[in-house]
Design a protein around this ligand. Structure first.
Ligand code: OGA
Ligand code: MN
Length: 214
């Protein structure tokens, strides 16, 4: 059996590798990032929110110019709140830990994070964009956790990352996969999905979201 020390070292090596990749390539993805137990917990809560009709159409661009244009972005979202969504305590702990690792390894100043669930019905997509809105610089790192069990090639809804060297990378939105990328520079899009596509989208922020000044 591994000692606690050994397994901690193993874990920190992993974080080291992941965050090195993030620093070098501006993005990283990690499979089986969350446990089966946490995955089930998130799935159940996602389902209960849908049954209660809590999702609404996502808006595009910043708050002054809220527009809903389904050709640009077709998802329905639910913003998560630590104070309200108590059943997701484990998820918030995981995201807190993630923010801590980024502070520790990449020495970036993260004040807070914001996140929502997203549901893309069949035939919807999200056009190419970056996550940092013009004139605002609060979003530092984008974080995605996919929730699609039994996702198959042909189901669509891949994340396409446009690299600065012109390469395009397709990432399949398979359950328990984590993706992180730099919010200000990495252009990306969600390809048209053919099955309902579920995810958690989050952003590590420089300043607390509640200040609302960025
Ligand atoms: C977003 C986004 C990508 C994805 O919500 O801004 O780009 O793969 N999501 O869900
Ligand atoms: Mn995005």
């Amino acid at each position: 059996m591994k000692s606690q020390q050994e397994s901690n070292n193993h874990l920190s090596t992993k974080w080291h590798e992941w965050l090195d990749q993030l620093a070098i390539q501006d993005f990283v993805f990690v499979d089986n990032f969350i446990s089966d137990e946490l995955f089930r917990n998130i799935q159940d809560y996602f389902k209960s929110l849908r049954e209660k009709g809590k999702f609404s159409r996502a808006a595009i661009s910043s708050s002054e110019k809220r527009q809903i244009q389904s050709s640009v972005r077709g998802d329905f979202i639910y913003w998560l709140d630590k104070e309200v969504d108590n059943e997701l305590e484990e998820l918030f702990k995981t995201l807190d830990e993630l923010a801590d690792k980024l502070r520790q390894y990449l020495l970036i100043s993260i004040g807070d994070y914001e996140c929502h669930f997203a549901l893309y019905p069949p035939k919807t997509r999200y056009e190419k964009h970056v996550d940092q809105f013009k004139g605002k610089n609060n979003r530092l790192i984008s974080v995605l956790i996919y929730l699609n069990e039994n996702w198959q090639p042909g189901d669509g809804g891949e994340l396409k990352i446009h690299q600065t060297n012109g390469n395009e990378l397709l990432i399949q939105p398979i359950a328990k996969r984590l993706v992180m990328f730099k919010s200000d520079t990495v252009e990306h899009e969600v390809m048209t999905t053919h099955t309902p596509r579920k995810s958690l989208s989050g952003w590590l922020l420089h300043k607390p979201a509640s200040l609302g000044i960025f």
